[in-house]
Design a protein. Structure first.
Length: 565
C-alpha cells in the first residue's frame, strides 16, 4: 500500500507519475479521452439571459448578461458577499456558469469520473490547454485513490487517463530512470480535512485555468477599469502627477503639470554655461561653465535655488559634471582638463586624476558610488574603470575602442553605453561582456539613459534625437524632431513622472519638450537669448527643469500659474 507524504507530493509527483507511466509501457500511441456520453456540454448550460441580445451602454456595445456577471464577481472579490448574492438573486445571473457549479459539486464530493467528463465536454480548449486543465484533476484523483488504498484505481488513472494527455515520449524517457526514487520516498497518510482543502485548492486552480465563458477571469472588472484609466493616461500628453485618477470623469491633464515658465534665473557664472545636472535625490543642482568653474546649488523647500559651493580649481573651461549615485561626491572635467573629485558637503577637492596630459571626454559612476568609468578622446587611453583614488580596475583599449565622445552606465550597473568615433553606439553588458553596436548616419553629440535602464537617447547633428532600447529589441529608433542642432554639443534628458518626457536645448535659444510617445514637441520654451546647451529634469520634483545657456545664465522652470514645483 502506498502512503502519501503530503509535504513531498509537489516535488516528487512528476517523476513518480512519469516513472509509473514508463513501467506500464505507455510509450505506445496514446488514445483519446473517454466518452462524454451522458454529459451535456457546458456551453449549453447558461441561462436564457446569456443568449439574449440585450445590449447596454451609450453605444450599445456591452452585453448586459456579461456586465452583470462581471459586477457580481467583483462584489465577491471585494468581500461584499451579501450584495453579490442579492444581485445574483435579483438578476438571475451567477458569476459561476452552470457547468462550473456542477464541476464544483463533483470535485467537493470526489466524483472524479463526472468531473473528468464535465471537463472533456468543454469545447473551447485546445489540446495543450485541455491537458493543463485535466492534469491537476488526475493528480488529485490519483493521490486520493492511493491515500485510501485503492492501488488498482490509482494505476488505472495512470494507464487510461494520464496517458490520454499525450505527454511527450522524450519527457517520459528522460524521467523514467527516476523510478528509483520511489524506494526512498517516506510517504504519509492524508486525513479528510487535508483532502477537502486540496479539493478547494483544485477548484481555485481550475478557475484560473478554464477559459471564459466557463469562468470569469479573476478581477475582471478591476482589470477593465484599470485598462481604461491606463489608456487615458497614455493618451494624456501632459500627465505628470502621481495623484490617483478619479473614475468620476475622463482623465486629461493641462499644461500646468509640466515646467513651462521661468521661475528663477541664476547669474553667478561669468561666461557660457555648458552643463547642468540635478543630483539623484533632487536636492542639489550642479553646473559647469567656460569660466573654468563649477557650482553646486542647493534646492530649498520652496523650490528656490541658492548657491552652496563654487568650485574653482580648474584651469580650463569645465564641460561636464557627474553626481555619484549617493550624491556625496561630484566629478568635474573639461576640454583638455584634468578630472576632479569633490566632496559635496564641504566643497573640497578630494582627488585629481592624472595630470594636464590626462584627457577625459566623459565619465560616469557605478551604482556603488565607489567606482567610476572614464572615456577619452585619446585612442590610446580608451575606456577605463577606476576607484575614487584613481587606481585602475579594468580598461578597454585598442583599435576596437577609438576616441570616446560620451558614455553612460545604466543605473542598475549592468550596461556600459559609449559613443565612439562620432556615429557608433556601443552597448556592453558588464556581466556577460556581450556587446552590440548601433551605427547612426549622422554625428552624435551626447547621450542620456532613462532611470528605468530600458532606454537611452542620443542627440544628432541632423537635428534629431533618437531613442533606442538598451535590450536591443528595436530595429529602428523612435525619432524626435523640431529643435535646432547643427554644429554645437546639445544635451537632452528624460524627465517627469516615470520619465514620460524628453527635453532638449537648441541652437535657436529655445527649449523643446516632447511626450516620449510623440515625435513632435508639445512645448517650446522661450527665455534664453543664446544657444541652450543642456537641460536637466529634477528626478524628485517632476515639475522642475533647469537649462544652461551661452547667455551666461541658468534658468529654473516650473509650471505656469503656480508657485509650486
Amino acid at each position: 500500500m502506498y502512503i502519501v507524504n503530503f509535504e513531498r507530493i509537489d516535488f516528487y509527483f512528476p517523476i513518480w507519475l512519469l516513472g509509473i507511466c514508463y513501467f506500464w509501457n505507455l510509450l505506445r500511441n496514446f488514445g483519446v479521452l473517454g466518452s462524454s456520453k451522458g454529459c451535456s456540454r457546458i456551453s449549453r448550460n447558461f441561462t436564457l439571459m446569456e443568449n439574449s441580445s440585450t445590449m447596454i451602454g451609450p453605444r450599445g456595445l456591452i452585453k448586459k448578461y456579461e456586465f452583470v456577471r462581471v459586477v457580481v464577481q467583483c462584489l465577491y472579490s471585494l468581500g461584499y458577499q451579501k450584495s453579490a448574492s442579492c444581485l445574483e438573486s435579483e438578476s438571475g445571473v451567477s458569476y459561476k456558469s452552470k457547468g462550473f457549479e456542477r464541476l464544483e459539486v463533483q470535485i467537493l464530493n470526489g466524483d472524479w469520473d463526472g468531473c473528468i467528463d464535465t471537463l472533456i465536454a468543454i469545447t473551447d480548449l485546445n489540446d495543450e490547454r485541455r491537458a493543463s486543465v485535466l492534469f491537476p484533476v488526475f493528480k488529485q484523483c490519483f493521490l486520493e485513490y492511493l491515500n485510501r488504498g485503492d492501488d488498482s484505481l490509482a494505476l488505472n488513472v495512470l494507464r487510461k487517463r494520464v496517458s490520454s494527455l499525450q505527454m511527450s515520449k522524450d519527457t517520459i524517457h528522460n524521467l523514467a530512470s527516476s523510478m528509483l526514487c520511489l524506494e526512498g520516498m517516506n510517504l504519509g497518510k492524508i486525513d479528510e480535512g487535508v483532502v477537502l482543502e486540496l479539493r478547494k485548492r483544485l477548484l481555485v486552480e481550475l478557475e484560473r485555468l478554464l477559459p471564459p465563458p466557463e469562468v470569469v477571469p479573476e478581477r475582471r472588472l478591476e482589470h477593465l477599469v484599470e485598462t481604461v484609466v491606463t489608456s487615458q493616461i497614455d493618451s494624456c500628453l501632459y500627465h505628470n502627477s502621481s495623484v490617483a485618477i478619479s473614475l468620476y470623469e475622463d482623465h486629461c491633464c493641462g499644461r500646468d503639470q509640466i515646467p513651462t515658465e521661468t521661475v528663477q534665473i541664476l547669474t553667478e557664472h561669468k561666461n557660457e554655461v555648458w552643463f547642468v545636472q540635478f543630483s539623484n535625490n533632487g536636492e542639489y543642482l550642479a553646473s559647469s561653465s567656460s569660466d573654468c568653474s563649477a557650482i553646486i546649488w542647493k534646492v530649498l523647500e520652496d523650490s528656490k535655488l541658492t548657491l552652496k559651493h563654487t568650485l574653482r580649481s580648474h584651469q580650463n573651461p569645465v564641460s561636464f559634471v557627474a553626481w555619484s549615485p549617493d550624491d556625496t561626491k561630484l566629478l568635474t572635467c573639461g576640454n583638455a582638463e584634468v578630472l576632479k573629485l569633490w566632496d559635496v558637503e564641504t566643497g573640497i577637492c578630494k582627488h585629481t586624476f592624472g595630470d594636464h596630459g590626462f584627457i577625459v571626454s566623459s565619465c560616469a559612476w557605478f551604482p556603488d558610488s565607489k567606482r567610476l568609468v572614464c572615456g577619452s578622446s585619446d585612442t590610446e587611453k580608451g575606456i577605463f574603470m577606476c576607484d575614487c583614488d584613481g587606481n585602475e580596475i579594468k580598461a578597454w583599449r585598442g583599435t576596437r575602442i577609438p576616441k570616446v565622445l560620451d558614455l553612460a552606465v545604466t543605473p542598475d550597473g549592468e550596461n556600459l553605453i559609449s559613443v565612439l568615433s562620432d556615429k557608433d553606439i556601443r552597448i556592453l553588458n558588464l556581466g556577460t561582456y556581450a556587446e552590440r553596436v548601433i551605427s547612426e548616419e549622422h554625428p552624435i553629440t551626447s547621450l542620456s539613459v532613462s532611470v528605468d535602464c530600458k532606454n537611452f537617447i542620443v542627440n544628432l547633428n541632423s537635428q534629431e534625437i533618437h531613442m533606442w532600447d538598451v535590450a536591443g529589441k528595436w530595429e529602428k529608433p523612435f525619432k524626435y524632431t523640431g529643435h535646432s542642432q547643427n554644429k554645437y554639443v546639445i544635451r537632452s534628458c528624460f524627465g517627469g513622472l516615470d520619465s514620460t518626457f524628453i527635453a532638449s536645448g537648441s541652437e535657436n535659444s529655445q527649449i523643446y519638450i516632447w511626450n516620449r510617445r510623440n515625435s513632435k514637441p508639445i512645448e517650446i520654451l522661450s527665455g534664453h537669448s543664446m544657444t541652450v546647451n543642456c537641460v536637466s529634469w529634477n528626478p524628485k520634483r517632476p515639475k522642475m527643469l533647469a537649462s544652461a545657456s551661452d547667455d551666461h545664465t541658468i534658468r529654473i522652470w516650473g509650471p505656469c500659474q503656480s508657485s509650486e514645483i
